[in-house]
Design a protein around this ligand. Structure first.
Ligand code: SF4
Length: 420
């Protein structure tokens, strides 16, 4: 049986794309192995959002070339000219991200499933959670971001297409479907509808699978989604990854983000006040050109007073071809690193604070996979806490009430409540 492996860098949209590639290859008779093991086909799904992501992508292509007959490079890096991976001394096949369906032809596989099967998608047997990309491209053109140049204009999958896929995943036994996109909040703007309408239709067209939103941007975020979280507490996860990037309006403007801190904060207040168990996560960027001490302190103060449960911190790096790459007033590396480290320490304190505040609660948790220690499983709560619970693979795919007992590094140890 031919084998393949995939290494995925970057966002949930890339993860969803990798999942679809894996479905296609498994459907064609390939067997998946761990990345780094010998395989007939090694796929690297690259990210190019920062210089560091570009460097890691190139590193993974080098690693893939050491253990694979064929190396396929996809993701944003494959859509961009001159990415770091293109300078590695190996030949790799390039699969632009919007041509995933062509992977079998690209690698010369003989057993190609029909186009109808590829289009339908299905849940693999070892998965409890399905990732579904419902939107691609972006029209926002944030000044630091290369993605609109490599992914093209914003475009949405139709409402019917999405609902059908979610119904299929529910039928296949998925406990959770994660809706993802490059600019997920923009879903439907090219179809004269919006993300809240889509989520409401999904909830009324399915009966038990829970729905989670992947990363959302504040500018086009429909407030009605918060109301839906309140109305459907068991079906729509009380978790928002609402990307902020910065808390200084001057910097937000230079980034061309399309919202102010006041707009962002209104959404946060609404979310926290109306949704029980609300969990708020975000991405923040430090060291953007022109970021003064005052801008940075404003960011730190906003983070201190806002109930973030998890924060991804990105140090700014210029991406060739973006507007910000030409900006003056760059922040010197030692200062940028000092700010990054201060923010990372604060982010860690926020995470620990959220974990501690959650102890004693009982939350619905989706059991997903075996943990490294036998007799333990990994699960995720509705509000996105990684959990560890006692049990075996038979629990996979079940959504169970779990009482949260104590912290264990980045996770919380929980106990399944009686009656299950
Ligand atoms: S919203 Fe901004 S950061 Fe996000 S993909 Fe679009 S341009 Fe890039």
């Amino acid at each position: 049986m031919p084998t393949f492996s995939i290494h995925t860098l970057g966002c949930r949209a890339n993860q969803a794309d990798s999942e679809q590639l894996a479905q296609i290859l498994v459907g064609a008779g390939f067997q998946e192995v761990e990345f780094g093991q010998v395989a007939d086909c090694q796929i690297v799904n690259t990210c190019t959002v920062t210089r560091e992501a570009d460097r890691k992508s190139a590193q993974m292509v080098r690693r893939a070339a050491r253990s694979g007959e064929q190396v396929v490079v996809t993701g944003c890096g494959a859509a961009q000219r001159g990415g770091a991976w293109q300078r590695v001394p190996y030949s790799a096949l390039r699969l632009p991200p919007d041509q995933r369906e062509n992977v079998l032809a690209l690698i010369g596989a003989e057993n190609c499933p029909s186009a109808a099967i590829l289009e339908r998608g299905w849940l693999r047997r070892d998965r409890a959670r399905a990732l579904l990309r419902i939107q691609d491209g972006c029209d926002q053109f944030c000044t630091f971001c290369i993605v609109p140049y490599v992914r093209g204009r914003a475009r949405s999958k139709s409402l019917e297409w999405v609902v059908e896929r979610v119904r299929q995943f529910e039928h296949d036994g998925a406990g959770e479907v994660v809706l993802s996109g490059i600019h997920l909040s923009a879903w439907g703007h090219d179809l004269d509808t919006n993300l809240a309408d889509l989520v409401e239709t999904i909830l009324s067209s399915t009966s038990q699978v829970r729905i989670r939103l992947s990363s959302v941007e504040p500018d086009l975020f429909p407030v009605r989604l918060i109301e839906l979280m309140q109305l459907y507490p068991r079906r729509l996860c009380p978790h928002l990854h609402l990307v902020l990037q910065h808390a200084s309006d001057t910097i937000l403007d230079r980034m061309h983000r399309g919202y102010t801190l006041a707009h962002y904060d209104n959404l946060v207040q609404e979310f926290v006040a109306r949704v029980p168990g609300a969990s708020l996560t975000t991405d923040l960027m430090v060291g953007f050109p022109g970021e003064s001490d005052q801008d940075f302190e404003q960011l730190m103060n906003y983070v201190r007073r806002t109930p973030f449960s998890k924060i991804h911190v990105f140090p700014y790096s210029a991406r060739p071809g973006t507007a910000a790459a030409r900006f003056s007033q760059t922040v010197a590396p030692p200062l940028l690193h000092e700010r990054r480290d201060r923010l990372l320490r604060l982010a860690q304190r926020k995470l620990v604070g959220f974990q501690r505040a959650s102890l004693g609660q009982t939350r619905p948790a989706l059991v997903e996979s075996e943990w490294e220690r036998p007799g333990w499983m990994k699960a995720t709560s509705d509000n996105f806490l990684p959990l560890l619970i006692r049990g075996g693979p038979a629990l996979r795919g079940h959504c169970l009430p779990v009482r949260l007992l104590r912290r264990w590094r980045e996770a919380v140890v929980g106990e399944v409540q009686e009656g299950f």
